[in-house]
Design a protein around this ligand. Structure first.
Ligand SMILES: [Zn+2]
Length: 329
């Protein structure tokens, strides 16, 4: 009896916080699902596009609408070029309106007109069960969120849609890589393939999405938007029947080998080690294969050739280096 009346009083008198000073999780969840309202209040105009809401990014100078709100209840948003994804509280920080989680909660509550008692707002923290995020995260997590999985999936669908709709952007991509449509078609199959996000070519991995950046300053050529490579690109085409595997140091090199017809007879597969990094644990994937290393002939390429050959030794049936002229962007 006493317990139920206490629960009731707590619910009625204090909707946004608990007596112990932490934010009421239900109140946080409710605010999280009002992300579109928060963005509207911040002047971000959104329109529906398929399953998403899209608009101009509020942070970077955005002509194409690069910003999107997604998730089953529009609770997540992101900007591809900015490399940002997050919920309403992360958006508050991204927009520079807050710098800590309690400040973000206060900002979102104020923006949405959610009652948040003054006395508890200052002492609020994340729930004690959530560990603080480490300051530095050198490796993207192996665990992909639903939103990140959707980002990979959506990018792959977008490329496929653009390809079959014969959109000009596909020809632009082909021209920039020196590839014909047939090669783009072949390369778009499988769980590693090509993706398109807001007009940019991406290399899709089963657990990651790598943006091929058209950055004109050349500051960086690639950026992992989501996840990472758990295996070389297109590794799923190496089957027990595959005899020869061509390994390049980049996806565009691999595409060039496919265009040259190296996979045509069905006994060979072309894969890419993302950059010259090749993980020791990948050696077992090449067990019994004839491996032809097609890295660049510059110093990093020669160093990588030596180190990958050492990693593969004892696993691969034969290791060869290839002095061909794979086009490299
Ligand atoms: Zn942006």
């Amino acid at each position: 009896m006493k317990k139920s009346s206490s629960t009731k009083r707590s619910r009625v008198s204090n909707e946004s916080s608990e007596p112990n000073g932490r934010f009421h999780l239900a109140a946080l969840e409710a605010m999280r699902y009002r992300l579109p309202d928060y963005l509207a209040a911040r002047g971000v105009e959104l329109r529906r596009n398929g399953t998403r809401l899209v608009g101009r990014c509020p942070v970077h100078d955005d002509r194409a609408p690069s910003f999107a709100v997604f998730g089953t209840d529009y609770e997540t948003c992101g900007c591809f070029p900015c490399g940002f994804t997050g919920d309403v509280f992360e958006v508050s920080k991204w927009l520079g309106r807050s710098s800590t989680f309690p400040e973000a909660v206060a900002d979102v509550a104020a923006t949405l007109g959610v009652y948040l008692p003054q006395s508890t707002a200052g002492t609020a923290t994340r729930p004690a069960t959530v560990p603080p995020r480490p300051a530095k995260q050198p490796e993207p997590s192996f665990v992909l969120s639903a939103a990140e999985r959707e980002t990979i999936h959506a990018a792959r669908l977008a490329f496929s849609d653009a390809f079959w709709a014969e959109e000009p952007i596909v020809d632009d991509i082909g021209a920039s890589l020196g590839l014909d449509r047939e090669t783009l078609r072949l390369a778009s199959w499988g769980s590693s393939g090509l993706g398109l996000a807001n007009g940019w070519l991406c290399y899709a991995y089963p657990h990651g999405l790598k943006w091929r950046n058209p950055d004109p300053t050349g500051k960086f050529r690639f950026r992992w938007i989501v996840g990472k490579a758990l295996a070389p690109w297109r590794m799923e085409w190496v089957t027990p029947e595959t005899e020869t595997v061509y390994v390049t140091e980049g996806e565009s090199d691999t595409l060039a080998l496919i265009a040259a017809g190296l996979e045509a007879d069905g006994t060979a597969a072309c894969v890419a080690s993302p950059g010259t990094s090749f993980l020791r644990e990948w050696a077992q994937l090449f067990r019994g294969k004839r491996v032809i290393l097609c890295f660049d002939t510059d110093q990093p390429g020669r160093t990588a050739t030596a180190s990958v050959a050492a990693i593969l030794k004892g696993h691969a049936f034969e290791i060869l280096t290839w002095k061909g002229t794979a086009s490299h962007e």
